[in-house]
Design a protein around this ligand. Structure first.
Ligand code: NAD
Length: 256
């Protein structure tokens, strides 16, 4: 307990799934968590769960693909907290499958999957500098950012880009006492998982989610709490000499 005592954390997409699990765990470890999500009710439900257990959290409704809205998130953090210890850029969407997509679909997916994380980090940097050497940035990439995804090339491109953004920032800001890492989840049981496979599923094909799960050495998909544990490690001083790492949390999927 207390591994994030009195620290301030922003988690995007914390209204559901892995983001919510991380918000709960960070708050249990003493952090004040800004629960940022496009879904206002989902964000306040996360906050209610945390405060009911005596934790500290604040809901903030934001579409991370909207830079003006994203900017106002960090303006609020500056005004109300004056510092940021943990930026967890978790938001992302499956986006469209394949190559036959419109420019609008391409742009919207990119806005949420990469532009948001780039600018959130840019806006947060002055606040993170004040938290050095306890400042940590975490990106949610994916196993699809480490190996190719034949049915999801755009998503794979976005997640691969986040891995190299993370490595670049780890080198650029290490001497300032800011650590930067990424988590690369395998399939995790959240509302996004059926969306991802449903979107990619050609009519009449085998059940892709089941095929994917069968290819995991641990023989099952992961749970959101199993990602939150990795995020707590990267957010806290327990990982004080860890930076520039793309950590697969995937039941062994990418070892094969
Ligand atoms: P989830 O479906 O449980 O939750 C997604 C949350 O994102 C929702 O609360 C939703 O309201 C919010 N959201 C959607 N668009 C948003 C926007 N524009 N601005 C702010 N919030 C927005 O999903 P999850 O699986 O916990 O997390 C998604 C993240 O995890 C994504 O980055 C995704 O690429 C990544 N990921 C998921 C899996 C998986 O199997 N679930 C695997 C690898 C990576």
């Amino acid at each position: 307990m207390g591994r994030l005592q009195d620290r301030v954390a922003v988690i995007t997409a914390a209204g559901s799934g892995m983001g919510r699990a991380a918000a709960r765990l960070f708050a249990r470890e003493g952090a004040t968590v800004v629960v940022a999500d496009i879904d206002e009710k989902a964000a306040s439900d996360t906050v209610d769960e945390i405060t009911a257990k005596g934790g500290r959290a604040r809901a903030h409704c934001v579409d991370v693909g909207d830079l003006a809205a994203l900017r106002s998130l960090f303006d609020m953090v500056e005004r109300d907290f004056g510092i940021l210890h943990v930026l967890y850029n978790h938001a992302g969407i499956p986006g469209p499958a394949g190559l036959d997509i419109s420019e609008a679909e391409y742009d919207r997916a990119g806005d949420i999957n990469t532009k948001s994380a780039f600018f959130a980090t840019s806006y947060a940097l002055p606040l993170l500098r004040r938290a050095a050497p306890h400042a940590s940035i975490i990106f949610t990439a994916s196993v699809s950012g480490l190996v190719g995804s034949p049915l999801a090339p755009l998503y794979s491109m976005h997640k691969g880009a986040l891995v190299l953004l993370m490595r670049s920032l780890a080198i650029a800001h290490g001497k300032e006492g800011i650590r930067v890492n990424a988590i690369c989840p395998g399939p995790i049981q959240t509302p996004m998982l059926p969306q991802f496979f449903g979107r990619n599923q050609p009519a009449g094909a085998d059940d892709m989610a089941a095929k994917f799960a069968a290819a995991i050495p641990l023989g099952r998909p992961g749970q959101p709490e199993e990602i939150a544990g990795a995020a707590l490690f990267l957010a806290s001083d327990e990982s004080s000499f860890v930076t520039g790492v793309a950590l697969p949390v995937d039941g062994g999927y990418t070892t094969q």
